[in-house]
Design a protein around this ligand. Sequence first.
Ligand code: SAM
Ligand code: ZN
Length: 284
Amino acid sequence: MGLGYTVRASQTMLRHPRQGVERVRGRIDRRRDLRDLAALGVPQSELYGAVDDAARPLHEAIDAAWPCQAAASFDEVWDEVVTGLSASGVRIGLASYAGWSDCDRAQAQAIWCIVAHLHPVTVVETGVAHGVTSRVILEGLERGGSGQLWSVDLPAVDPALHSEIGMAVPEDLRSRWTYVAGTSRDRLPRLLANLPQLDLFVHDSLHTGRNLRFELDSAWAVVRPGGVVVVDDIDHSLGFRTFIKRARPSAWFAAKKVTGGGLWGVAIKTATPTLDPNGRAGSD
Ligand SMILES: C[S@@+](CC[C@H](N)C(=O)[O-])C[C@H]1O[C@@H](n2cnc3c(N)ncnc32)[C@H](O)[C@@H]1O
Ligand SMILES: [Zn+2]
């Protein structure tokens, strides 16, 4: 980390003090999450009964036939994403953008199938970075002929990386896309309040328990019955476990990543909302 980076990062922190507070808070929360996880005493893959292959559980959960034709078309999309990013000179995979990783292939395939089978009109995600999940969602919406995506994303503290944001999303897919810069804590509440309904929510931003609970509680309150949430890196905190207990989705599962060894999860909202009234957004 050179002097240039320190100067640029300090300027960003001074220009956006509220975001700076969230960045610092995230580091403190991360330490607390690690302590909670260490006290758990059981591997998280066991805690959640994580599956190696999410394809069948996913299709059962969303009541779609498996095998499906949509899954077969994913390989071509994934190849295009990888080829396109490589051609732009960007490294893909783990810790490839300011320490953040691009979406896991298995998780991207699940998102692809959810979009193909659910036909969402309104999709919200948090966390863009290179825009792999954004691209997969937008490509799916385009092929389905309807739907809009809103992506809330805190740009990297170093402006030198900003040209990489959303690089995986080609120009011809951007008419369905709104990029909302800022922290999910700042941006998500107003965004969600102004949507007529929410069909699909994808969390892939700051994975602390505090931030995850905030995002999931906020989104779940407006996800329509039968709507879906996809949650990346559920093994970084106990936030997903808390959410499942409180929200009592009609179906949920956890799955292992293909790369990096982490876990991701999916939950489907039941026809009758059951969110614990004590579990409202912003409760901590
Ligand atoms: C794991 S990356 C997203 C990867 C992306 N979904 C993909 O598939 O390529 C996480 C992103 O969330 C952003 N981020 C970090 N903290 C955030 C916060 N509090 N609110 C919103 N976005 C945040 C990071 O800057 C980064 O761009
Ligand atoms: Zn499918």
